[in-house]
Design a protein. Structure first.
Length: 419
């Protein structure tokens, strides 16, 4: 663990370097610089984990230096050291993502204690970066295998396609040696801003939303299969989730994309699980979906219903979908009961029986779930997000969100953006 001390007064850097018990803080090496310019040169040529800097220096200030560091070396943990007890400085430092702010004169033990905490944070940053890189490599590998499987299958080279199918199963290992696949085709039917979305960005959005919706029980591969359509494969442990829960998750995926992204999709999910390479089964799921402008869900591959009477569970699932489809509006229990042509009190008891919670509690949970996704995956302002999940009062939204999650919307977004 390497730390860089920056202060325009050399005697201060030398005193800190000599007197603080860095070893006890987990610091193996301490470098020094007397200006922002020299500090940048050190960081360019030496791997630095922690930056301990004075705020006020001639020329570029410590704030300027840290702003540059965040842009070029975002994993470096920043600590400010200053003799000015000015809250504005502290506010600016925290806003930029500084780990801590030490007011001089400070005891050497205090500096060591803060450095020890920063070292722990740095190790966590390094771990997260490695995990993220591994996850990206695995995702890229699965995507490439799916694209090769599609290509070989369309070329009629079925033996090679079967080999890629087996490799894909190996790359998608979960907690079982025999994962099963669920596949859907996704067609982009409309872009609000043509040219704004690259293939890689679309694939990342599809993967992230699905993994979040299924609470990371799945392993997702996405392949660009043609002009504006994608093949999306989810690998699950056999029997998890059941067909009803998977269908519910796909409906949520459809609602989220069409409700919150600036493009619209039609999706073609196959209800049947695929466990082994099959010409008949894969011929359908790898076929290009029909062209059209309807951003709907077109179920296939299994009996999906018809003109049959609704069961009690059908009513509840329809109510849940109504809530998701109208999440940006004020929704009442009366309104949904009327939509389903049910007595309101009967509907209330039915909903609680199947979901284990009241209509109001479920509705609020869905609003918070959508808000969390928007805070993590979109750049909308928090005021806009509040309105998109049905709150016309920012203060009320913030209060409800904190009660549900333990964090303010700003804190939640900041926490997720660091992962």
């Amino acid at each position: 663990m390497r730390l860089l001390l920056v202060d325009d007064q050399r005697e201060i850097t030398e005193s800190l370097k000599r007197s603080v018990d860095w070893a006890s803080a987990g610091i193996d090496e301490v470098c020094t610089a007397v200006s922002a310019k020299e500090a940048k040169l050190v960081m360019v040529n030496t791997e630095i984990d922690i930056l301990l800097m004075d705020i006020e220096m001639p020329g570029e200030s410590g704030l300027d230096l840290f702003r540059w560091t965040r842009e070029h070396y975002p994993d470096i943990v920043g600590i400010f050291l200053t003799s000015h007890a000015d809250f504005a400085y502290a506010q600016e430092a925290v806003k930029m993502g500084a780990f801590d702010y030490i007011l001089q004169p400070a005891r050497y033990q205090e500096v060591a204690a803060v450095a020890a905490m920063a070292a722990r944070q740095s190790r966590e940053n390094i771990r997260r970066t490695k995990v993220a890189k591994r996850a990206k490599l695995l995702a890229d590998s699965s995507d490439n295998l799916l694209e090769l499987l599609l290509l070989r299958f369309r070329e009629g080279r079925y033996e090679e396609a079967a080999a890629y199918f087996d490799k894909l199963k190996d790359s998608c290992r979960l907690q079982t040696d025999q994962p099963v696949f669920r596949i859907m085709r996704v067609r982009i039917v409309k872009f609000e801003r043509p040219g704004a979305w690259s293939e890689d960005l679309l694939k990342m959005v599809f993967r992230n939303v699905l993994e979040e919706l299924f609470e990371r029980e799945d392993s997702v591969a996405v392949a660009a299969a043609g002009d504006d359509w994608y093949c999306v494969l989810q690998a699950f442990e056999a029997g998890r989730p059941d067909a009803a829960r998977w269908r519910d998750g796909i409906e949520r995926f459809h609602s989220f994309i069409n409700g919150h992204m600036d493009f619209r999709v039609a999706i073609y999910p196959e209800m049947a699980e695929i466990g082994d390479f099959s010409l008949d089964g894969l011929s359908r799921v790898f076929a290009e979906p029909p062209a059209g402008t309807d951003a709907e869900i077109f179920w296939g591959g299994a009996e999906t219903g018809g003109n049959h009477a609704r069961s009690n569970e059908d009513y509840v699932r329809a109510a849940e979908k109504y809530i998701r489809d109208h999440i940006s509006s004020s929704i009442s229990r009366t309104e949904v009961a009327e939509y389903l042509n049910l007595n309101e009190e009967y509907f209330s008891r039915l909903f609680k029986k199947y979901n284990g919670e009241t209509f109001k509690a479920y509705e609020m949970k869905e609003r918070i779930r959508e808000a969390k996704k928007l805070l993590q995956y979109s750049n909308f302002s928090i005021n806009i997000i509040a309105s998109k999940v049905g709150y016309d009062n920012f203060s009320h939204f913030s209060k409800v969100f904190k009660q549900a999650t333990g964090y303010t919307p700003q804190e939640y977004r900041g926490m997720k953006s660091q992962k």
